[in-house]
Design a protein. Sequence first.
Length: 312
Amino acid sequence: KTLENNYALVHTSLNRRSKVYADKYKQFVLNYAIEWEKTITTRVEAGLKTAEVFRRNLDHYTNKTESLRLNCHMIVAKGKVVDPKQGEKLRRNEEKLASARNEYEIFASSLHMLVEEVTDRAWKDMHPLLLKVLQFDSTLSADEAKILGDLKVASDELKKLAGVHNLNPKSRLKDLQSASPESLYTGGTLERTIDRDEPSGNILGGNSGVAVDLQNGSDFGSATPTGISEGTPFSSSNVSASLSKPTSTSQMLQVAANSAPAPTWDSINNDSVGNLASLSNVSVSAKDPSDSYHGSSHHLNNFSEHDRSESL
C-alpha cells in the first residue's frame, strides 16, 4: 500500500508540475517564436509592397521621360524648334524621374539591409529563444529530479520485497521459455497431487489422487477427537499420515493378489456350525448354579437349526 501511494503521489505531482511548465514554455518560448515570425513576415512583406510601389512609379516616369525626350529629338532632327511648353514638360518629368529613382533606390537599399539582417544574422534573434529553452530545460530537469527522487522510497520497498521472496534482479523470461513447470513453480505445497497410474479417480469410487491434510487448512484436522490419544491409529497425526499417501490402482491390485481368496458360502456355513458347536461344549462344561449357560446353549442350538433350515 505504501509503495502504491508513494508511486501515485510522485507521478500526480509530476503531472501537475508538467502542466505548469507547459504553460511557461508556451509563454516564453512558443509565443516568442510566433511573435518573431509575425514581426519579420509583416515587416518584410510591407517593405516589399512599398518597394513595388516605388518601382512602378520609377518605371512610369522612366517611360514618360523617354517618350518626351524622343519627341524632342525628332523635332530637332527635322530642323524645327522645340515648343517651350514641350521642353518644360520634359524638364518636369526628368525631375520627377530623378526623384522617383532616388526614392526607390533609398527604399530598396533599406529593404535589402532589412532582409539581409533578418536572414543572415537571424541567430541574434534566435539567441533569446535558445536562452529561454536552455533555462526551461535546466529548471524542468532539476525539478523533475527533485520530484522523482521521492521514488527512492518505492525503490527501497521493492528491494525489500525482492529480499523477502528471494527474487532474482534479472528477468526470468528465458526460464519461462524452456524450464520445467516444477522448477518454475514458486507457490506453496500443492494440496492436490495427480496419480500417474490412474488419470481419472479410483475404480472403487472417490479420488485416489487427493491428498488430504487434516491439520493444515481443514476444519476437521485442527484437534484430536476426545478420548483418542495421539499414539493411537485414530489420532489426527496418524490419520493425516495415512491419508497423505494415496493408493494407486496398481498398488491395490498387488494387495489383492497377495491377499487370501474370498470366502465361499460353504466355508462360511461350516465356520458357523463349528463356532456353534464350540459354544455348546462350553455351555455343557460350565458349572454355574444359575444354569444360564445351559439356557444359552439350548437357545443357540435352536437358532442354528432354524437358521440352517431357512438358508437351505
